[in-house]
Design a protein around this ligand. Structure first.
Ligand SMILES: Cc1cc2nc3c(=O)[nH]c(=O)nc-3n(C[C@H](O)[C@H](O)[C@H](O)COP(=O)(O)OP(=O)(O)OC[C@H]3O[C@@H](n4cnc5c(N)ncnc54)[C@H](O)[C@@H]3O)c2cc1C
Length: 294
């Protein structure tokens, strides 16, 4: 693959401070590169990166890990997507949506290269991993010139390819709080051709924390139907503290579709996306409900 960047330099810093300093020094002419599966093809398609003359490779910063800390599950930003699939930590009930999203992401080859942090920082409205992570109430730890701070994931996405990261900031880690075993989860992705490399037309992740059939907490995350991945909070709200039934789930699914704001593009019309959002939310909630009972 020809890079087609007018690169002056490709840096591979050994410390976070060096990486942050480089980003600050070169400002808008610099970009972080992780797996490169978004940033390199994008440039090939002639996208907005004409001004990028410095790439800062973060693969030497020790951000490739999955670990438990203080009851939370922590994923280093440079962890590749296939590592999620093989991590035993995610093979229990509440985290199954994350595995399903990782498996629905592209091909085996891309998944070995693409990182979890890159999927979030690219901030595509159809990013697959963003949805189960939103539904799991994840937050992200960011390093920058003023030190580290934490951002709740549902305030991280600001628009297509736009995040809450400030100049000089790098995503370090994703933190998933502990979830009870009676939480059911699922992720569903609708693709145009249903081939592995198709991005989503609509994608959905849900979580239901149940006590019997009483829903203690519901989370519904939607992608590809708005400028960012987002939580459908009104729809989830009508499920919380209610006894679940099929009718209520259908109402929540319709409400979630109402909360979406899709556009027409080469993959689908806005109208089709809205209709399918309701279908996918309903199916995903039913799956999460069923799983929570196991
Ligand atoms: C053939 C193909 C199929 C694909 N299919 C899918 C799919 O099915 N689902 C899907 O969601 N995506 C898909 N993608 C998109 C892409 O693979 C993912 O978004 C991937 O997770 C990006 O990770 P990366 O490490 O390659 O990011 P990079 O390309 O390295 O970076 C992406 C962006 O994030 C920034 N960035 C990366 N890491 C950090 C960090 N730690 N801190 C700050 N900024 C950072 C970069 O500066 C850049 O702007 C596909 C891509 C290709 C080429």
């Amino acid at each position: 693959m020809s890079l087609q960047y007018n690169l002056e330099n490709y840096y591979k810093p050994e410390t976070m401070k060096q990486a942050v300093d480089l980003l600050l020094k070169f400002g808008k002419t610099a970009k972080v590169i992780a797996g490169g599966t978004d940033i390199l093809p994008k440039r090939q398609c002639g996208a907005q990166f004409d001004t990028i003359t410095h790439l800062i490779d973060i693969s030497n910063l020790g951000l490739n890990y999955i670990k438990e800390s203080k009851g939370n599950l922590c994923i280093g930003a440079s962890t590749n997507i296939n590592s999620l699939v093989t991590a035993s930590a995610f093979h229990s009930n509440p985290y199954i949506g994350l595995i399903e999203a990782a498996e629905a992401h592209s091909t085996n080859t891309i998944r070995n290269q693409a990182t979890v942090g890159g999927n979030l920082c690219n901030a595509s409205p159809c990013a697959d991993l963003a949805l189960p992570l939103l539904a799991l109430s994840a937050c992200v730890v960011v390093a920058g010139p003023k030190g580290n701070h934490t951002i709740q994931l549902d305030t991280f996405f600001k628009g297509p390819n736009c995040t809450a990261l400030l100049p000089g900031e790098i995503l370090l880690e994703i933190i998933i709080p502990n979830h009870q075993e009676t939480t059911g989860a699922s992720f569903i992705k609708l693709r145009h051709h249903q081939t592995e490399v198709d991005m989503a037309v609509v994608n959905v992740a849900t979580q239901l924390l149940l006590d019997g059939n009483n829903c203690l907490r519901a989370m519904i995350a939607l992608g590809s139907v708005g400028p960012t991945s987002f939580l459908a909070k009104k729809a989830a709200g009508i499920l919380s503290r209610q006894t679940l039934n099929k009718k209520l789930i259908e109402q929540a699914a319709m409400l979630a579709a109402d909360e979406s704001a899709p556009i027409d593009d080469n993959r689908a019309t806005a109208g089709y996306r809205k209709e399918m959002a309701a279908v996918l939310v309903k199916n995903s909630l039913e799956k999460s409900w069923e799983r929570s009972r196991k």
